[in-house]
Design a protein around this ligand. Structure first.
Ligand SMILES: C[S@@+](CC[C@H](N)C(=O)[O-])C[C@H]1O[C@@H](n2cnc3c(N)ncnc32)[C@H](O)[C@@H]1O
Length: 200
């Protein structure tokens, strides 16, 4: 399904989707991926965990359409891909405290100072992500950009996330971790990936 939100539409809490009705039992454990790209994580996750549901929000229409088509071809009823800006869509799609996990993998680093405001993990987004997670819910953040990782860990901890690895520290790859499309490249080349697994 492709769903777009073009402008900063108001949040109408009564119109939040009924995810249990959409996904059945899998909707009882609802997770969100922001910026799925070519969808290596989303497709792998939906196949590996049929008892969980994943909503992927991807800003680029072409990527979202291709991933939605792949999910449909592979018969993955627990995956829904939406096209739009997660910063606008997420608070309009999910009730506060309703997500078991949020996955953000290799967000665009936006190197230039004047582009920093486009970065996904800013103060506003950190507070939004924390608010959407259920108590005990996990933020799974991965990046290949060390500086982004170091700034993100400080910002996210300041927003109220608990870092099980210890303040300012990075996590090891979990044994059952599903790699994203981009991450597969780094796993093959041995280039470093900085991981955060932060808890609400
Ligand atoms: C560098 S790619 C990484 C893709 C994928 N996560 C991976 O690891 O292979 C970043 C992706 O995030 C998407 N993106 C950037 N900002 C976004 C936003 N605000 N909402 C949804 N998607 C976003 C981009 O379109 C792009 O597909």
């Amino acid at each position: 399904m492709i769903f777009s939100i073009e402008d900063d539409a108001p949040i109408v809490r009564d119109l939040l989707p009924d995810w249990r009705a959409r996904f059945g039992a899998a909707g009882g454990r609802l997770e969100l991926e922001i910026g799925c790209g070519h969808g290596g994580f989303a497709l792998g996750f939906a196949r590996a965990f049929p008892d969980r549901a994943l909503v992927g929000i991807e800003q680029r229409r072409k990527f979202a359409a291709e991933l939605a088509a792949k999910g449909a071809r592979r018969g993955l009823p627990n995956l829904l891909v939406l096209n739009g800006d997660a910063r606008l869509l997420a608070p309009r799609l999910f009730a506060a405290g309703s997500l078991a996990a949020i996955h953000v993998h290799f967000p665009d680093p936006w190197w230039k100072r004047r582009h920093h405001r486009r970065r996904l993990v800013d103060d506003r987004m950190s507070a939004l992500l924390l608010g959407l997670l259920a108590p005990g819910g996990v933020l799974d953040f991965r990046t290949d950009v060390e500086r982004y990782a170091r700034e993100a860990v400080v910002r996210l901890e300041e927003a109220g996330f608990r870092n099980a690895a210890g303040p300012g520290r990075f996590a090891e790859a979990a044994p059952d971790e599903i790699p994203s499309t981009r991450e597969r490249r780094y796993l093959a080349s041995g280039e470093p990936v900085w991981r955060l697994r932060l808890l609400k």
